[in-house]
Every structure is written in C-alpha cells, then in structure tokens.
Design a protein around this ligand. Structure first.
Ligand SMILES: Nc1ncnc2c1ncn2[C@@H]1O[C@H](COP(=O)(O)OP(=O)(O)OP(=O)(O)O)[C@@H](O)[C@H]1O
Ligand SMILES: [Mg+2]
Length: 347
C-alpha cells in the first residue's frame, strides 16, 4: 500500500508538473499570459501543489482503490480456482469409485445368475458324459475279452486306443466348453452369432428336451452373421431369454396341456445390412401389459422365490451397455418375442 502511495504521489507530482509546463508553454505562445508571469520551475511548482490534491483525490486515489480491489478479486479468484480444482478432483475420484462399485455389483449379479444354473450344469455334463463313458467301458471290456481269446494284434490295439482317445477327448472338450462358458470374455472380439448360438444349444439343449421344449434355429439367406462383442456374455443372454421362455411354456402348460413347446430363434439382417437381428419367440402366453415395462429392472420377477429377477436386467446391460446393441420385447400371437439387435460386421 505504502509503495503505491509513494509511486502515485511521485507520479502525480511529475504529471502535474508536465501538464502545467505544457499549458504554460501554450499560454505563453498564444500570448494569453506574459512570459514574465511564470518563468521557472519553482513558479510552476506552486501550481503543482495546488493541482496535486485535486489529481490525487479524483484520479489517482480512485485508481489506486480500483487496482487494490482488482488485486483482491484476482486473489479470491485464485483461491476459488484452487477450491474448484480440489472439488473437481474429489468429484472425479468419487465417480471413479462409484463406477468401480457399480461394475463390481454387476459382476456379482452376473456371477449369482451363473451360479443359479450351476446345478443344472453338473446334470448336463453328466448327461454329455454318459455315452462316451459307456463307450470307454465297452472298449476296456472288449480289450480284456480280446486278450483272453488271443485276438490282440497291432491293428486291434491301435483301433481300440484311437476310439478310446476320441471318447476321452470328447469328454475333456465338454468340460472345457462349460468351464469356458463361465469365464468372462476379456475383450471385444468379432464372432459369428449363429455359431455362438449353435455352441450354446449343443451344450444346453438337453435341459429343454427334458421339459419337452424344442428350440429351432433359422437363418435367413445371405445374412451377415458377424458382430463384435463378448461371445460368452452373448450366449448367457440367449440362455437367459430361452430359460424365461421355457418357464413361461411350463407354467402355461399347467392350464393348457396343448401349448406348443417351441422356442423359435431367427437370425436376419435389417434392410441395409447394418445390423444382425436375433429374435427369440415362444408360445408361453406373453407378458402381462402391467408388467411388460418393468421386466428389465433389476430384481423384478413374477416367479416369487423361484426367480431372482436379474436375468433380463443383466441381459440388457450386456447387450446395450457393453455391446452397443439393443434388447427389446413385445408380445406376439400367443407368446413373447425378444429381439436382440447388434452391429453387423463384414469379415
Ligand atoms: N418369455 C417370457 N414370457 C413371459 N414372461 C416373461 C418372459 N420373459 C420374461 N418374463 C417376465 O419377466 C420377468 C423378469 O425376468 P428375469 O429373467 O429378469 O427374471 P426371472 O426369470 O423372474 O428370474 P431369474 O433372474 O432367475 O431369471 C419374469 O419374472 C417374467 O414375469
Ligand atoms: Mg429369467
């Protein structure tokens, strides 16, 4: 403050002096005043002293106040910017934390929904293993018989070993298929939706057959089948939708035994071939109008303790949030139709 006062005082004196000298000079030149009147610096200095308070109070002081005020505002702004930056940072870390929590919750839900089908899974593996296990047993028994009857030659041994190995490989593949099905896909890959559905059906069709439900898969001619995303999660979605259809068919059969036990899967492209559209239709009676808008909500179920209500919520998240597609539903004649739409890819 004092330095400002000093500088402004000096500046006022010199500027006043300068102004007066210029004014006097002009006045002399124009003969407004005689040259004898203010001859030197000392004379003009008296005028400066008179002018100084006026300049100081009306020009420099307000200027000084303004400068101080601006400096204060700048300081305040700086402080507020720092505060805002801190706030921004904490907001960022809060968002990050919440996103992580949300992701963990979703993974937990997904795990939960997978665990639900774990029991069925063991049954399926047992089913898939039954035939090759029988074949291996027969091979071993035959082997013993052949030895007893002296029929063990190179050809016999090699054929039996090959056949047994094929059965064992099939059994190992079954285990791998189920294990892989539970491993979340790590990154987006291009995959063929038809092959994915076929793989899924080869693993799970027995569950449906056991409940007298058949699944048909139709692919329209010249359909682009490639899309980009997470194949395991995609299979999980199709399985969720098929499970719901199976439940609807079963419950409708309680009142009407003649209900068609078919789930129709159809794969096509849209008109400009930019999308792969997978529709899954059943004849389970459809979804009641008063709940159809809620079925994608987490924990919404009409199955009481039998359902967790996360199947469709997870499915929608996978298709829409993770794979950029859409999953919709509408009622059709006698049932419900779920439609998955994903971006179609050229090879
Ligand atoms: N094909 C369908 N036909 C009739 N209703 C359906 C069909 N698909 C879904 N729904 C309805 O949507 C609800 C929510 O389905 P969702 O798969 O999210 O949960 P859920 O099947 O009840 O339980 P879970 O989490 O064990 O699958 C179901 O309870 C059912 O009322
Ligand atoms: Mg379900």
């Amino acid at each position: 403050m004092s330095i400002y006062l000093f500088v402004t005082t000096i500046a006022t004196v010199f500027i006043s002096e300068f102004l007066i000298m210029v004014l006097l000079d002009n006045a002399k030149k124009n003969e407004i005043i005689s040259s004898e009147m203010f001859l030197n610096f000392a004379d003009s200095f008296i005028l400066v002293l008179l002018l100084y308070p006026v300049l100081y109070f009306f020009v420099f002081k307000p200027l000084l106040v303004q400068i101080t005020e601006r400096k204060r505002i700048a300081e305040e702004l700086k402080e507020k910017t720092v505060l805002l930056q801190d706030f921004n940072e904490s907001l960022k870390s809060m968002v990050k934390e919440e996103t992580t929590k949300h992701r963990q919750k979703e993974q937990m839900l997904m795990q939960q929904s997978k665990m639900a089908s774990m029991g069925e899974m063991i049954g399926l593996i047992a089913h898939q293993w039954k035939q090759p296990l029988n074949a291996v047993t027969l091979n071993v028994q035959d082997f013993k018989e052949a030895y007893i009857h002296g029929e063990l030659d190179d050809k016999y041994i090699s054929e039996t070993v090959d056949s047994t190995m094929r059965q064992i490989e099939f059994m190992a593949k079954t285990i791998d298929d189920f294990r892989n099905f539970f491993i979340p896909s790590k990154r987006k890959v291009k995959f063929d939706v038809k092959s994915a559905i076929e793989e899924l059906l080869s693993m799970f069709i027995h569950i449906y057959h056991r409940h007298d439900v058949d699944v048909t898969l139709t692919v329209q001619p010249d359909t682009l089948l490639l899309t980009e995303g997470y194949p395991n999660e995609f299979k999980q979605v199709v399985l969720n939708i098929m499970n719901n259809s199976k439940d609807a068919i079963k419950s409708r059969r309680n009142s009407d035994i003649s209900i068609s036990g078919v789930i129709e899967i159809n794969i096509a492209n849209n008109e400009d071939k930019s999308k792969v559209i997978i529709s899954l239709k059943d004849y389970g009676g459809g979804i009641a109008d008063d709940v159809i808008d809620n079925i994608f909500e987490p924990y919404f179920t009409t199955k009481g303790t039998e359902g967790t209500g996360i199947g469709l919520y997870m499915s929608k998240t996978i298709i829409e949030t993770n794979m950029g597609g859409s999953l919709t539903v509408h009622n059709v004649d006698g049932g419900a139709e779920f439609v998955i739409s994903l971006a179609a890819m050229e090879t």
